[in-house]
Design a protein around this ligand. Structure first.
Ligand SMILES: NC(=O)c1ccc[n+]([C@@H]2O[C@H](COP(=O)([O-])OP(=O)(O)OC[C@H]3O[C@@H](n4cnc5c(N)ncnc54)[C@H](O)[C@@H]3O)[C@@H](O)[C@H]2O)c1
Length: 344
């Protein structure tokens, strides 16, 4: 079981009531909103007034948007900001933004004074369905993405799907790759909701979070079943890294899932129809389905995957509609599967 449990609220228009909900859950009336420049300009003031109306003293800080801010320098700025504003252990960090803000502000909350209260207010689809729930926080270091972080469950997750209205289409579509991942690992009926994804955002978010919560409750520290959430990620991370991050995470995961689905169908782990269904759903979102890179280039990068075990890789195999399985796979087999999955 997760060490601390989160209260998760999903409701259209919730942003204007965020202060009241936070006041019920948090032990003090002091907080710091951490955001990026784009999200802060859109929603920072609204969140601040909602908190103030509920009796909170609020300080607010925004850093430049984008993955390149998820680093030690920005982290240092954030924790110094918390210290300058004398936040105590009873006070709260409120992360308002996408996965970058959630990961970085979450890590700041986990480490400042050895841990203060944390509220996640995710504003991108990816953050709503994935990064705001489950307690993984991190920053990137020179050696790689997310290599410095902590498991730290938020006390409260406030999701207002209305905020997705301002999310640009390409970023929304990126988040859809993770949504399709949930369909693949657990509930194929999510694909029906994906046909009108923006309209069905509430339902999509609810279902994805249910699945994630259930998996994380069984394995918070990512040593066993939680790795199922990495379906498509081993090959996907390789695509992302070889492109030097020009291919975004969601597009790379989409490609990774297609490679895995094809390989699994060719090996008889699942039927060809099952793989085709997933690949068509990915294509229907306008996400890519094939790797622009040769398997040899991807393989080299794959060897540095965090999920690597001494004599192989923990691969998440597709075994049916809405069903996957983690299997320890020898490196040579993982390489063959990569080659099979890249062949169209
Ligand atoms: N902790 C986890 O479990 C976990 C899981 C998956 C991904 N991640 C991390 O999440 C990050 C990616 O998250 P992301 O895709 O949300 O990226 P992001 O936070 O960079 O957001 C993408 C862009 O969308 C903008 N944006 C966000 N919400 C908006 C809104 N409502 N309206 C308009 N613009 C908005 C942001 O300013 C940014 O420019 C990566 O760093 C990844 O490592 C973490």
């Amino acid at each position: 079981m997760a060490e601390r449990s989160s209260t998760i609220c999903i409701e259209r228009g919730l942003l204007s009531r965020a202060g009241l909900v936070a006041a019920e859950k948090l032990p003090s009336r002091n907080c710091a909103i951490i955001s990026d420049d784009i999200v802060d300009a859109l929603y920072g003031e609204k969140l601040e007034s909602s908190l103030k109306n509920a009796g909170f003293s609020v300080v607010r800080m925004a850093f430049a948007h984008g993955e390149s801010s998820k680093n030690i320098e920005t982290y240092a700025r954030v924790i110094n900001f918390l210290a300058e504003n004398r936040l105590t252990r009873k006070d709260a960090v409120i992360a308002l933004g996408g996965g970058v803000v959630g990961d970085l502000a979450g890590f700041a909350a986990a480490t400042y004074l050895r841990g203060v209260n944390l509220v996640q207010v995710p504003t991108s689809l990816l953050a709503c369905v994935d990064s705001s729930v489950g307690g993984k926080t991190a920053i990137d270091i020179t050696a790689g993405k997310n290599l410095c972080g902590a498991f730290y469950q938020p006390d409260l997750v406030l999701i207002d799907p209305d905020m997705l209205a301002t999310l640009p289409d390409d970023i929304f579509t990126d988040g859809m790759a993770e949504v399709i991942k949930y369909a693949a690992i657990s509930d194929i009926s999510i694909l029906d909701l994906c046909r009108n994804a923006r309209e069905n955002a509430d339902g999509i978010i609810r279902r994805c979070i249910e699945i994630k919560k259930d998996v994380v409750a069984q394995d918070e520290r990512d040593t066993s079943i939680r790795q199922i959430l990495n379906f498509g990620h081993t090959y996907g991370h390789a695509v992302e890294a070889v492109s030097d991050f020009a291919i975004t995470h969601g597009k790379a995961v989409a490609i990774g899932m297609c490679i895995m689905a094809r390989a699994c169908a060719k090996r008889g782990f699942c039927s060809a129809e099952c793989a085709d269904e997933l690949i068509s759903a990915i294509e229907a979102q306008g996400l890519p389905t094939a790797s622009p890179f040769a398997p040899e280039a991807l393989f080299e990068t794959m060897l540095s995957d965090k999920k690597r075990v001494p004599d192989g890789l923990n691969l998440v195999l597709m075994t049916g509609r809405g069903a996957c399985e983690i299997r320890k796979t020898p490196i040579a087999t993982a390489k063959e599967m990569l080659e099979e999955g890249c062949r169209l």
